[in-house]
Ligand binder design. Structure first.
Ligand SMILES: [Zn+2]
Length: 184
């Protein structure tokens, strides 16, 4: 009797969405490309050059091919964090670095509206969480501004004057060290 080998093809395993627990989840399903969270090796910091997270989200929603834009996160002036793209997916915020990065926008401008204290705190907390969960080292060579990560885009003022990346990293490090300190 012949042995019939029946190949059993397992169904594809659905990806579990990776959402930051401190974020309001407002998915932008049309504005990301497939990817894998393991690709995310760096964090890219941006300023929106606008006054609010709502206006940035509206811009993302209204963007059309070939200039569709998105970001994983937008941090509002009051420190509210919105997550728009699951970390498994690639957002379109810094052309040379999209596929290997997490994008964080801050509602701030180069002149007149620098990031608020609430935004710095929220950004540092988010950066610390991302580094811990994605295994990204908490150093400036891994946490870059848009212009550092993708100079080709010519956004030389992202984030000049609006957000100090050194301060975000320093605050994130401090938070992470406090969190890992044993309770007394
Ligand atoms: Zn930017």
């Amino acid at each position: 009797m012949a042995h019939v080998h029946q190949e059993v093809v397992p169904p594809p395993v659905p990806k579990i969405p990776i959402i930051y627990p401190g974020a309001k989840w407002e998915p932008l399903v049309n504005h990301s490309a497939p990817g894998d969270v393991r690709q995310r090796k760096i964090i890219v910091l941006h300023i929106t050059e606008g006054g609010s997270a709502a206006s940035a989200i509206a811009t993302f929603k209204a963007s059309v091919a070939p200039h569709r834009v998105s970001s994983h996160f937008v941090i509002d002036r009051d420190g509210t964090v919105y997550q728009l793209v699951d970390l498994n997916y690639t957002a379109w915020h810094a052309s040379q670095a999209n596929s290997r990065s997490v994008g964080i926008e801050h509602a701030a401008t180069t002149t007149g509206k620098p990031a608020t204290e609430e935004q710095y705190k929220a950004s540092a907390k988010l950066v610390a969480w991302l580094c811990d969960h994605l295994g990204i080292p908490m150093g400036r060579q891994f946490i870059l501004t848009h212009n550092e990560a993708s100079p080709k885009d010519g956004h030389t003022l992202c984030c000049t004057g609006g957000l100090d990346p050194d301060r975000v990293v320093a605050m994130a490090r401090e938070l992470s060290q406090t969190a890992s300190r044993p309770p007394v």
